[in-house]
Design a protein around this ligand. Structure first.
Ligand code: UFG
Length: 335
């Protein structure tokens, strides 16, 4: 069984990817400092897998962490690097922390790939690298635009770092540009677990539906979109998880590839208001919301052109957004 080191494996996307790796015949190893995740998620992962998935509580920015990986597991066949800070607003308040953690962990990881005898790296990038694209849907060849936040900039710099490293051909890498992940594992055992007040739309909706929040604020209804609210490409987190497994397989099948970039979305855009309506349908209850001013830094609309991911990577999102909203609601109710 191939050993895959999953940094940030106790987090939202990481935990779902660990489950899918295990189910696909890989041997995942979770490396997480638990700075933004809860230890009970590790038990839940084990419960879904019916097996104890190895876990190392380590910081990815520290060189000695990788020595511990080698001491415990020997060589590693691939790394999926999720570990990063991800709150756009917080990154504006604490830019240096974001640079130190997000760039620091990726560069430290790269410096230690040789020690782990590892030649394959999957990097969590983001559609944020495109800013507000002039042409929709956005393709991998669309221009990278000025980052709206320090968080977005760390993703751009991460991609640049991988591009520079690719010239030396010491390892293969794939950057996956995620659109908006939503949903949860259908078991309701793992899902998105925001600390404090959620920043993202779906957890805010489900927490409002559960009575934890009084009402949802819809940030702006005067955008140039059919119903005036922003449009995003919402993708089920398990479809997103599968893209990482495909990325590992792709590097195996194409040893000549040094670096690639793929859009990981569904190819469809849905508005904020449509998501509220979908939640009301799925939960069979009304959601209290109000229209609030626009949120600084929000882009108006974005959705993915997925033809390169479909035709080159050989991956396609399969789950509907209705399923994703159902799974997110199920997870919230179980909490
Ligand atoms: N929204 C609301 N009310 C809320 C929360 C969100 O109306 O309480 C709206 C936002 O204004 C936006 C849409 O819902 O129009 C989606 O917002 P999210 O915060 O869920 O997602 P974003 O598209 O802003 O963020 C995503 C990722 C980030 C990434 C960013 C890049 O979650 O990691 O895209 O733009 F950096």
């Amino acid at each position: 069984m191939k050993k895959i080191l999953v940094t940030g494996g106790a987090g939202y996307i990481g935990s779902h990817t660990v489950v899918r790796l295990f189910e696909s015949g890989y041997s995942p190893i979770i490396m997480d400092n638990l700075s933004n995740s809860e230890p009970f998620i590790l038990d839940r992962i084990n419960k879904i897998c019916g097996s104890d998935i190895p876990f190392l509580q380590l910081d990815c920015t520290q060189q000695k962490s990788y020595q511990q990986v080698v001491d415990n597991f020997g060589s590693i066949d691939g790394v999926i690097h999720f570990a990063a800070y991800k709150a756009v607003g917080e990154s504006v308040e604490k830019p240096a922390q974001y640079y130190q953690n997000n760039i620091g962990s990726l560069s430290q990881l790269i410096l230690n790939l040789g020690k782990m005898n590892c030649g394959k790296l999957v990097f969590s990038s983001s559609c944020t690298v495109y800013g507000q694209p002039n042409i929709l849907p956005v393709t991998e060849k669309s221009p990278i635009q000025h980052a709206e936040s320090p968080y977005g900039y760390t993703k751009q710099v991460g991609e640049e770092l991988l591009l520079s490293e690719a010239k030396n051909k010491k390892f293969q890498s794939i950057a996956l540009r995620y659109f908006n992940p939503i949903g949860a594992h259908p078991s309701g055992l793992i899902g998105e677990l925001p600390k404090g007040i959620p920043n993202n739309l779906l957890p805010y909706i489900t927490q409002t539906g559960a009575g934890i929040r009084k009402e949802l604020s819809i940030f702006g209804n005067d955008y140039n979109t059919p119903d005036g609210t922003c449009i995003r490409d919402f993708i089920h987190v398990l479809d997103l998880a599968d893209a990482h497994i495909r990325a590992l397989e792709y590097m195996e099948e194409h040893p000549e590839t040094s670096i690639d970039f793929f859009n990981i979305g569904t190819g469809n855009g849905n508005s904020v208001l449509e998501m509220v309506e979908l939640f009301e349908k799925v939960s069979q209850q009304k959601l209290s919301y109000k229209i609030a001013p626009r949120r600084t830094g929000d882009i108006e609309k974005i959705w993915a052109d997925t033809s390169i991911a479909n035709n080159v990577l050989g991956w396609k999102a399969k789950k509907s957004i209705e399923t994703a909203v159902k799974d997110a609601w199920n997870w919230q109710k179980n909490l």
